[in-house]
Design a protein around this ligand. Structure first.
Ligand code: NAI
Length: 483
């Protein structure tokens, strides 16, 4: 099954359909573009012409390439036969099914229909089709010409050769195809849920402000913090996706939506587009306060534990002793302990130690030294100065387990493990999907390799014990890797 010179029909000339037509035409395919809205296909082509000519004016495309791409796109007034149809119409099960019935009456038996649905089950869409094995998901990301990821989605009845042919085609178009089974949220929208959910949990518990949460996750390498990202996506859209993943998983409480976001939606504080979400626009997030500390001194400085965090402290304090076999990671400065979070609160750790010895628990420092959340066991400041001396900008938050970055990463890793356990995707697929579909600085399994499965499981178990309920239950696949 080779689609290299396939004739295409793109149905739906909206945001996504127009982008798909562009990418296909640039790869050399003849593309017919159809939309039920009169004039929509012509308007999409005219808009594309403007964009491509703009790129040519900047020297990024030759005028010949622009002309050739445009010449391959033909707005059509009715559905017509093709080797491959890519559907990007309204996100509605019955309307898509009706379209597929019309198409099957018109297409050759070996034609393929690919759907760009972002949330509807490909298995369900195929029901009632004459040739359900010829339907496959081809889930592009917005903006289509720029985003590399394509999730190739197999429904229960999809012929594996059909999925394979679509993967090869996507690769030929310069995309990175990742195969997924048709399950709620596919890969990206499923694994990404905790990125929003953990921020919303922290806000609900009043553990930190939106600007502090955003600053810490940006410091960990994410392009945007979860609060500013939800403001950008729109709380109505983000809440709808969360609700649909929750419902599609039979209301598995791990995916429970947040009252914090419900309230923003109720108020019409939808984010950037309404001028107000977590932040007010156009100003956006206010800067986080910088805490200042005097240079710390200690009679005895010891770096505890192993791994990249311990190494970072050892590099910052070359004269410190090292205790690599310690059961915790961080820095001991006289009686004070500064510990990488293991899921216990600072007060919990302090309660197990000698009376009133200060304990500071700090967050997982993933990126370059920058904003780093911490919580402390009592009313003291001096030991925190060691975090500043190690190059971080310490930001105090309420003493809750897992702080910000650690619990978020642990939950992303956990969700990715569940997806692999359930045969939704491979480990490599999960990593590629999250890096390319939502620009994560690393894939979940890359984080797991760096931080260590045992530390992640320990942290999740403590979150589970603290909050009770199902949200933090450890994926069996993740726990298995620690045995
Ligand atoms: P859109 O609203 O921009 O475009 C949809 C187009 O389909 C409209 O021009 C509409 O007139 C046309 N249409 C509706 N019913 C039709 C029919 N029966 N036959 C032919 N044309 C019809 O929507 P958008 O954002 O392009 O989304 C399209 C599909 O892509 C949806 O399934 C959506 O879930 C999916 N998607 C959207 C993404 C996004 O970021 N907007 C990302 C990935 C997938």
């Amino acid at each position: 099954m080779n689609l290299d010179s396939a004739r295409l029909l793109v149905v739906g000339a909206g945001l996504m359909g127009a982008g798909i037509a562009q990418v296909a035409a640039q790869a050399g395919h003849d593309v017919a573009l159809f939309d039920t809205r009169a004039g929509a296909a012509e308007a999409a082509k005219a808009k594309l012409a403007g964009t491509l000519e703009g790129l040519a004016a900047k020297g990024k495309l030759t005028p010949e390439a622009v002309a050739a791409t445009l010449a391959r796109i033909t707005p059509v007034a009715a559905l017509q036969p093709a080797d491959l149809v890519i559907e990007a119409i309204v996100e509605h099960l019955d309307i898509k099914r009706a379209l597929f019935a019309e198409l099957e009456a018109l297409l050759a038996d070996d034609a393929i229909i690919a759907t760009n649905t972002s949330s509807i089950s490909v298995t369900a869409l195929a029901r009632g089709m004459k040739r359900p094995e010829r339907l496959v998901g081809m889930h592009f990301f917005n903006p289509v010409p720029l985003m590399k990821l394509v999730e190739v989605v197999s429904g229960l009845g999809t012929d594996p050769h059909v999925a394979q042919a679509i993967e090869s085609l996507a690769a030929r178009w310069g995309k990175t195809p990742v195969h997924t089974r048709s399950t709620p949220g596919f890969i990206v929208n499923r694994i990404a849920r905790p990125y929003y959910a953990e921020a919303l949990m922290l806000l609900q518990d009043r553990a930190a402000t939106p600007e502090l949460i955003d600053a810490c996750l940006r410091a960990a390498g994410f392009r945007m913090g979860p609060c500013e990202l939800m403001d950008l996506i729109g709380h109505d859209t983000n809440f709808a996706v969360t609700n649909s993943v929750f419902a599609a998983n039979f209301f598995d409480r791990r995916f429970t939506p947040s009252l914090v976001q419900q309230e923003l939606v109720d108020a019409g504080f939808l984010g950037r587009k309404s001028g107000r979400g977590f932040y007010r626009y156009p100003e956006g997030a206010p800067p986080v306060p910088v805490e200042r500390f005097a240079s710390p001194t200690a009679q005895r400085l010891v770096v505890h534990g192993q791994g990249f965090v311990a190494d970072r402290f050892a590099a910052a304090f070359p004269h410190a002793e090292r205790q690599t076999l310690s059961d915790w990671v961080g820095l001991e400065a006289d009686r004070a302990q500064l510990r990488l979070t293991d899921g216990r609160t600072a007060r919990e750790v302090a309660a197990e130690r000698e009376l009133q010895a200060p304990v500071v628990v700090f967050d997982l420092p993933l990126g370059e030294p920058s904003h780093l959340a911490y919580a402390k066991s009592g009313d003291f400041d001096a030991p925190v100065a060691w975090l500043a001396a190690a190059g971080f900008q310490p930001l105090e938050m309420v003493d809750v387990p897992g702080l910000i970055v650690a619990r978020t990463i642990a939950m992303l890793v956990n969700e990715a493990n569940d997806a692999v356990q359930q045969g939704v995707c491979s480990e490599e697929g999960a990593d590629a999907a999250m890096k390319l579909g939502v620009n994560y600085p690393a894939g979940p399994f890359e984080w797991q390799g760096r931080w260590g499965a045992s530390a992640i499981v320990a942290l999740l178990d403590r979150l589970d014990a603290y909050y009770r309920g199902e949200r933090y239950r450890v994926s069996p696949y993740l726990r298995l890797t620690t045995h």
